[in-house]
Design a protein. Structure first.
Length: 296
């Protein structure tokens, strides 16, 4: 069975403008304007009413360096869900890289199949750094590892790796408490973290300061306004929230001067509320309804 055609920014905005024109064909320039302004307005609305959207949960990886405590947050970071410290006993440099889903580990690698299969293979340095994928199959003789999912960026021979056998959640503390530690520069295995604001998306601060190479697994809520519009996550959101996006762009166009605005905006607000009920962590219907009063 073929999957339905995925909606896009263009198809969503075209349909919204077609509704506005009562079935007429919108001009290309109007579609472009709806994408650049109308759809962005809907994104702002969604992020105004909630920051912890489950469909926006994203995973990324960082590699620590000894003596370095602060690490930049991802460019689309909105808020954290969990921070995990990744460790492993088997490390080395990649040999032959057949493809982004099949790599050869170091010739001296002594991990058994049981120690490798089902574990994350984290790239710790080189071209493919800051990526991790599950090892689906491993041959301890040939050292070839098959990955469950391909790396987004192709690693190359010589890239460092770690077979991750432990991911330990770190404890979040406030930046004020982080600053109060008597020895904030003391080195060791990180146990706590704080988020330090700056003029962009902020930084992750680890305590104690890493004394070795560790992996950091970040699970975080992305900012819809900053999600890569060419990426898989954005395509998934367009499919999941297509009706909401379409109604929002329609209302945006009606708001310019149209008698249909009030009724359709009420429908739009109700759709946002319904979406919050299904997709927003920490949703409180009473607080959400109050927050929406006077919006539009």
């Amino acid at each position: 069975m073929s999957a339905p055609t995925a909606p896009s920014s263009t198809t969503i905005c075209t349909e919204a403008l077609t509704r506005f024109l009562n079935g007429g064909t919108p001009a290309a320039a109007d579609i472009t304007r709806a994408i650049n302004y109308g759809l962005e307005k809907v994104k702002r609305d969604i992020m105004t009413f909630g920051k912890t959207w489950r469909p926006l949960i994203t995973t990324s990886y960082d590699i620590t360096a000894a003596g370095v405590s602060h690490y930049a947050n991802p460019s689309d970071f909105e808020g954290d869900l969990s921070i995990g410290l990744m460790t492993g006993d088997h490390t080395g440099a990649l040999g032959v890289v057949t493809s982004s889903s099949k790599v050869t580990l170091a010739a001296t690698e002594d991990a058994t199949e049981a120690e490798a299969e089902g574990k994350l293979l984290l790239i710790t340095s080189g071209t493919g750094v800051d990526q991790a994928q599950l090892i689906s199959a491993y041959n301890a003789t040939t050292k070839v590892a098959d990955l469950n999912t391909a790396y987004g960026t192709l690693p190359v021979t010589g890239d460092g790796y770690m077979i991750v056998n432990s991911i330990t959640d770190l404890t979040k503390i406030g930046v004020g408490l982080y600053d109060q530690f008597q020895y904030p520069g003391k080195a060791g295995t990180p146990k706590r973290y704080a988020f330090v604001p700056n003029d962009t998306v902020g930084q992750l601060a680890l305590q104690p300061v890493p004394n070795a190479v560790f992996g950091i697994r970040r699970k975080y809520y992305a900012d819809l306004m900053k999600v890569d519009t060419a990426g898989t996550l954005y395509s998934t959101l367009l499919r999941r929230w297509a009706g909401l996006f379409e109604q929002g762009v329609y209302v945006w166009k009606l708001s310019e001067d149209d008698d249909r605005y009030t009724e359709q905006n009420n429908i739009y607000q109700a759709m946002i509320l319904a979406t919050m009920g299904t997709d927003l962590d920490g949703f409180d219907a009473t607080k959400a309804a109050k927050a929406m009063q006077g919006q539009g």
